[in-house]
Ligand binder design. Sequence first.
Ligand SMILES: *Cc1c(COP(=O)(O)O)cnc(C)c1O
Length: 223
Amino acid sequence: MFDVANKLHEVLGNLPDSVRLVAISKFHPNEYIEAAYNEGQRVFGESHEQELAKKVETLPSDIEWHFIGHLQTNKVKYIAPYIAMIEACDSLKLMKEINKQAAKHDRVIKVLLELHLAEEATKYGLTLDACRELLEAGEWRELKNVQICGIMMMASNTDDEAQIESEFEQAANFFDEIKAKYFADDENFKERSYGMSSDYQLAIKHRSTMVRVGTTIFGPRVY
Ligand SMILES: *Cc1c(COP(=O)(O)O)cnc(C)c1O
């Protein structure tokens, strides 16, 4: 087995107190998650609803699960009973569905606004303008079972560190912009989720509060 305990402590050792680790355990078996859990890690991230459902059933109930992948609206109902945070919220439609399903369970589900800043042409994530429009429209204010806690993004998949840093910086600045405009009085709006195995140290330089690290802790994923 990959040396999860040592790798976990190596990553934790690189994080200032202001940065939380979401250990990304997708495609890794329960024993890997337990190895990290036994070292005190409690926040884990998964990106597939069915895989997550199996893990939730069999792993300790005090794990805080974050959903980090693209979430189809018809899947929200499956994770609504237990999910702590949905990190990749990229439309009002999805937010409304999360609100509806959270209400059924009398819960408030935390979400992050997923931004699209990378060069890659993925269809996921809000452009900055789309995010501004969503917030300006104001309908989100009525969604009482959703709590918007900040932003999430992925930098371009490139070796060009200047490019990566510039995207993190744009994300941090955008956070400041919308914090001031829409969430100034909301102490829950405080998270900047960016930084993965390859770039989390750069992300910290640009004020990440939450890094999502998988491969460095658990080794390569077997698909
Ligand atoms: C898989 C994944 C990660 C973790 O990536 P690593 O390179 O394994 O650290 C982080 N964020 C998202 C959204 C992911 O899908």
